[in-house]
Design a protein around this ligand. Structure first.
Ligand code: F3S
Length: 294
């Protein structure tokens, strides 16, 4: 059995940065509680580890009486930042620079009078945070049909959720171009997402079975699964090594692995180790069978 780990699998630079800021904040803990708003990363196992080390997860800024708040890589609305300042909380802003750049476009073009359109998932925290940079005036769409249904605007500014699929974004923006006299389009998909998706596709094309490792609620992991499945029908999505279907793994000779941008290296390592162990056990069983036959 050959295991191919896709290039760029695992932590992207935005999550690496957020985790480093969280670790640094924990080290400097000054007898003040440390909070994070929502999940610092969309990985339950890593969140559990951080909570065990003392980070308190809350859902609303109102739930933080004092201390430090870490703003996660997905970013938050302007209102939340303003509230944190008004409460004199120490703010550790781990918003990924790619998300920050997208929020900036939303803020800037809304003030210039453009109708903001965000291509992405309206339920995703990154998109919800971005909508909060233009006083909730943005329209969020996720399909070409929704783009077709929009009325005509004088001025429109289109941005993407950073983890959107490029092909889909291009299909939607080609429709939106006709929906405004002036249409400013900013492809704010982060390079880490695009690189990860194309590396995963290259691996998926070469293997018989493809394993995508990452949180079930991680948007970029789910999209990796989608693009891999399009090139390798035997693609599965797991969150931990314990979920590996070893009976299925045994059926294939060439297996690929990729991991979402919020999947820590230690989980990817556990998955590859579990497969290696399985391979060794198989080889031993086969050797035994040969000996018995002889
Ligand atoms: Fe940032 Fe892209 Fe990662 S937006 S958090 S570098 S997936």
């Amino acid at each position: 059995m050959k295991i191919i780990v896709a290039e760029k699998a695992g932590y992207c630079f935005g999550i690496t940065n957020a985790m480093k800021l969280a670790e640094d904040t924990l080290k400097q803990k000054e007898n003040q509680p440390i909070y994070c708003l929502g999940d610092l990363s969309h990985n339950r196992q890593e969140m559990k580890r951080l909570e065990e080390r003392g980070i308190i997860k809350v859902d609303r800024i109102d739930d933080i009486p004092r201390g430090t708040v870490i703003i996660r890589s997905h970013g938050v609305s302007k209102e939340v930042i303003d509230q944190a300042k008004a409460k004199h909380l120490k703010i550790v802003n781990a918003t990924c620079p790619f998300v920050g750049a997208m929020q900036h476009k939303v803020y800037d073009y809304d003030r210039k009078g453009y109708q903001i359109v965000i291509v992405g998932d309206a339920d995703h925290p990154e998109v919800q945070g971005a909508v909060g940079w233009c006083d909730e005036r943005a329209i969020v769409i996720n399909t070409p049909e929704e783009a077709e249904a929009l009325p005509h605007y004088e001025k429109m500014c289109v941005v993407a959720q950073t983890t959107a699929i490029e092909k889909k974004f291009n299909a939607i923006t080609s429709i939106l171009q006709e929906k405004a006299d002036e249409c400013m389009i900013f492809n704010t998909i982060c390079s880490a997402t695009a690189e990860r998706q194309s590396a995963a596709v290259e691996t998926a094309k070469r293997v018989e079975y493809m394993i995508v490792v990452g949180g079930y609620h991680s948007s970029n992991t789910r999209k990796l699964f989608e693009v891999c499945k399009a090139h390798c029908s035997n693609t599965c999505h797991i969150e931990t090594a314990g979920e590996l279907n070893l009976a299925e793994v045994k059926k294939y000779n060439v297996i690929g692995i990729t991991a979402g941008a919020s999947t820590p290296d230690w989980i990817v390592k556990e998955v590859t180790e579990r497969m290696e162990e399985n391979k060794t056990e198989n080889t031993q069983v086969q050797d035994q069978a040969v000996e018995e036959t002889v």
